[in-house]
Design a protein around this ligand. Structure first.
Ligand SMILES: N[C@@H](CCC(=O)N[C@@H](CS)C(=O)NCC(=O)O)C(=O)O
Ligand SMILES: [Fe+2]
Length: 441
């Protein structure tokens, strides 16, 4: 390929494959392709500055010239390990030279540098030299790495693109004990097929990192996917747990499914957590916050500085969870959110879903401080307005496609129904049981 300096005055090669640069204009895209670039990564949120090309325009510009486009927007203060991994994955997926940009190139270069340090190919002390060699400010990477070194637990998120769910492994680096949180059992509603691909990926990570599974945890009985808790219990022997109010959810759905034999005492789990209960992951202190609203049984696991808030709050650009499932309540969700937002501002929040607005790469980690200032459904919103907005939006949402499949498995701790006389298992779908709901097509 030709000299990148002739393509963009400040494009800098920082690895075999990767070039970083300031924001290109849309007319640059054809030249980038002509120079041999195979893909463009934008690390710049939409509308950061007036006149900036939109992600959709960049996507189109790249596609028109035969390049792929990857939208991984970050701000200097909110970069997460998942952003770093998404950046690494995009670079490795692109089959040739990569053009990564933000406004100045500093965020793109920092994402790369953080990944190299996390993977042990660079030492943090080398960053100042690289910064001068590349002519780019790497202070974002330096600060991120210093803060990361202090954070406990280590959290790895696993995104399931079929249900937009995030599954977690939270581990104590000192003892290598971990908790698995909200694991997904794969289910294809068209064929009725069940698979353990997602759960097995978690087990692979646990084995690679030499972790011991101390707990298999669910935040609530999920309405959009089956839980893999029971499967993982069989594989690891680790105890399963969820919130004590799950028994109320069992009673509610026992009547919907007309299921008198269902035990509604929570005995399907090894342990039921009460509000405020303390426990530990290795040497890290953990505590339960009862956080109903999305469901009657929802809890938040606060492990060290990390709160697993499931379907209370999503990323700041995605608002909050719906409250219209049986047993849901917008007012209860508001109250639960107050408890979560009362945690220290730098508490890391790990959400249960990400629906990828504007096609951005999935993100799942935020902080209390970010949510308080940047979540449009909460920042500066009164309790009455929150409830009114939430209920209005909920009325427009079709039910999750798996709600009726999932609940009968999840209130059994992730057990599939027992096989019938022919050896096959069946799910039961109640007709017209959820009242006047928006139809999904
Ligand atoms: N289209 C999805 C919808 C899933 C859904 O309703 N997700 C819940 C969490 S379990 C939610 O809070 N969604 C918020 C929203 O869509 O605004 C599906 O069919 O699974
Ligand atoms: Fe949910």
């Amino acid at each position: 390929m030709s000299d990148p300096a002739s393509i963009h005055p400040s494009a800098t090669q920082i690895s075999d494959k990767l070039f970083i640069a300031p924001q290109p204009s849309l007319t640059d895209f054809a030249n980038l392709a002509a120079a041999g670039f195979k893909g463009v990564i934008s690390n710049r949120p939409a509308n950061e500055q007036a006149g900036q090309p939109s992600p959709a325009d960049e996507q189109q510009g790249a596609a028109a010239s035969g390049m792929s486009f990857h939208f991984i927007p970050v701000t200097a203060s909110t970069i997460t390990e998942a952003d770093v991994r998404a950046f690494q994955n995009a670079v490795s997926e692109i089959a040739g030279p990569v053009f990564a940009h933000c406004k100045s190139g500093a965020r793109a270069a920092s994402l790369y540098a953080i990944g190299e340090v996390l993977d042990g190919r660079l030492a943090p002390q080398e960053l100042p030299d690289l910064s001068s060699r590349w002519g780019v400010d790497l202070s974002i990477a330096t600060k991120w790495l210093a803060r990361n070194a202090e954070r406990r637990p280590r959290v790895r998120g696993f995104f399931d693109p079929h249900t937009f769910s995030v599954q977690y492994v939270a581990s104590d680096p000192a003892t290598r004990q971990c908790a698995i949180i909200d694991p997904v059992l794969d289910f294809d509603e068209k064929s009725g097929s069940v698979a353990t691909t997602s759960a097995d990926a978690i087990l692979r990570y646990v084995a690679e990192e030499k972790l011991t599974v101390q707990w298999i945890l669910d935040t609530h009985p999920h309405a959009d996917h089956l839980s893999a808790a029971h499967y993982l219990h069989g594989k690891t022997g680790a105890p399963t747990a969820t919130g004590a109010h799950v028994v109320e959810v069992q009673k509610l759905w026992q009547s919907i499914y007309n299921w008198p034999e269902l035990k509604t005492d929570g005995s399907q789990w090894d342990h039921l957590f009460e509000d405020g209960e303390d426990f530990t992951i290795g040497t890290i202190d953990a505590r339960i916050l009862y956080s109903p609203g999305h469901t009657l049984g929802s809890i938040t696991y606060l492990i060290g500085d990390a709160a697993f808030v499931h379907d209370t709050i999503f990323m700041p650009d995605s608002g909050t969870a719906r409250t219209d499932f049986p047993g849901g309540s917008a007012e209860q969700l508001w109250n639960s959110l107050q408890g979560i937002l009362a945690l220290p501002d730098d508490t890391r929040l790990f959400t249960g879903h990400d629906y990828q607005p504007s096609g951005r790469a999935p993100r799942w980690e935020s902080t209390v401080g970010e949510q308080k200032t940047h979540n449009d459904q909460i920042a500066g919103v009164s309790k009455a307005a929150f409830i009114a907005n939430r209920e209005a939006r909920d009325r427009s949402l079709p039910m999750p496609k798996l709600i009726l499949h999932a609940l009968q498995v999840n209130i059994m701790g992730g057990r599939l129904p027992e096989p019938e006389s022919n050896g096959r298992r069946y799910l039961k779908i109640p007709i017209d049981a959820l009242g006047d709901v928006a139809w999904g097509h």
